[in-house]
Design a protein around this ligand. Structure first.
Ligand SMILES: [Zn+2]
Length: 92
């Protein structure tokens, strides 16, 4: 027996032969899932952007506040507000 070589004969080939349609179906399924995930990701990014467009850094005489958020008494809320902190504060 010679090491590092594979004995290839008809019986061995029969074992390793796969139905190409099975592989093709699997690749199509993975591609479909990837497209669905990209759609979800794009949607999530759009929603995040829409939230960020509402909550803006606003310099006031009282300090830097969120242009949208107010506390229970209707007072301005310091920047970054809880919403922006939850999304992750980006470079300002
Ligand atoms: Zn806010």
């Amino acid at each position: 027996m010679v090491m590092n070589k594979i004995q290839v004969d008809a019986a061995w080939l029969e074992q390793v032969t796969v139905d190409v349609s099975v592989v093709t179906d699997a690749v199509r399924e993975i591609a479909d899932q990837a497209r669905a995930l990209k759609t979800l990701l794009d949607d999530a990014r759009t929603r995040e952007l829409n939230v960020r467009l509402v909550h803006n850094r606003w310099e006031t005489s009282l300090g830097v506040c969120c242009s949208h958020c107010r506390d229970m008494q209707g007072n301005l809320v310091s920047w970054p507000c809880e919403t922006i902190e939850a999304l992750g504060v980006e470079d300002e």
